[in-house]
Design a protein around this ligand. Structure first.
Ligand code: DGL
Length: 261
């Protein structure tokens, strides 16, 4: 069953990790993806500016006919979930709550590291969400300002990526974390490198996995008879977005148009 267009947005290519999961689970769904590439990285901007960028994107996507807004962006979920819910005529899905719940369920000893951009880390959103499910859990947030710019250039492995990951993840290991949450949708692109560097010592939590479940709970179901329509829009350079997206995803994404610049 299709209930209408699923709108998924992020500052850049990161939300594609969410869009991919949604496409796999709901192949017949029509999806409009928006990447705010003119303003990426959000993590380096003041929170008021990021909130107004997010509000602008959500209004645009509702105007474009979105039947649901998926904040494929932890920063948006941390800073603007409540405010967008307060006016949106369509349901809004954030990704922090489900990830926090999964981290509590899957963490062997309740020692949870969260890597994210600086804004999400300083918002305290993950600590609050995790403690709603387990008041005793130890949560260690780690801001990682170098990772989004690397992912936006398609650099998710090799010496530069490894050095940045070591800088951010080693201090968390010093706290004996057993679970690592990708608190930024760009970071699942580093999964292979992280697994190669840290082996199986960490349980990795990717919030993207839970978005399809949320959509199902709102009534979306698999419709395998036909592939849904995919539309990609960005506020920055469409060609640059397409090139990086295709190299990270390993497949073509079709045409990308400019909007909201
Ligand atoms: N990928 C987004 C997130 O999950 C935004 C990252 C950024 O632009 O700093 O928070």
């Amino acid at each position: 069953m299709s209930l209408g267009k699923i709108a998924i947005f992020d500052s850049g290519v990161g939300g594609l990790t969410v869009a991919e999961q949604v496409q796999q689970s709901l192949p017949g769904a029509d999806i409009i993806y928006f990447g705010d590439t003119k303003y990426v990285p959000y993590g380096a901007r003041p929170s008021e500016e990021v909130v107004s960028l997010i509000e602008r994107i959500c209004r645009y996507l509702v105007h474009e006919g979105a039947a649901v807004l998926v904040m494929a962006c932890n920063t948006s979920s941390a800073l603007a979930y409540e405010s967008v819910c307060s006016w949106s005529p369509v349901p809004v899905i954030g990704i922090i709550e489900a990830a926090a719940k999964a981290a509590v369920r899957l963490s062997p000893a309740g020692r949870i590291g969260v890597i994210s951009n600086a804004l999400t880390a300083s918002s305290g959103a993950y600590e609050r969400a995790v403690r709603r499910y387990d008041a005793q859990a130890a949560v260690y947030p780690q801001g990682c300002p170098k990772l989004v710019p690397l992912a936006e250039q398609g650099i998710v492995s090799g010496p530069q990526a490894e050095a940045a990951l070591r800088e951010y993840i080693d201090p968390l290991l010093a706290h004996n974390i057993d679970t690592l949450v990708f608190g930024c949708t760009h970071y699942p692109f580093f999964r292979k490198t992280i697994t190669r560097m840290y082996g199986s010592q960490l349980t990795l939590i990717d919030p993207a996995l839970f978005v399809a479940e949320e959509l199902r709970s709102l009534g979306w179901q698999d419709a395998k008879s036909a592939e849904g329509e995919r539309v990609y829009r960005v506020s920055g350079d469409p060609a640059q977005f397409a090139q990086v997206a295709e190299s990270l995803l390993g497949h073509a994404i079709g045409s990308v148009e400019k909007a909201l610049d």
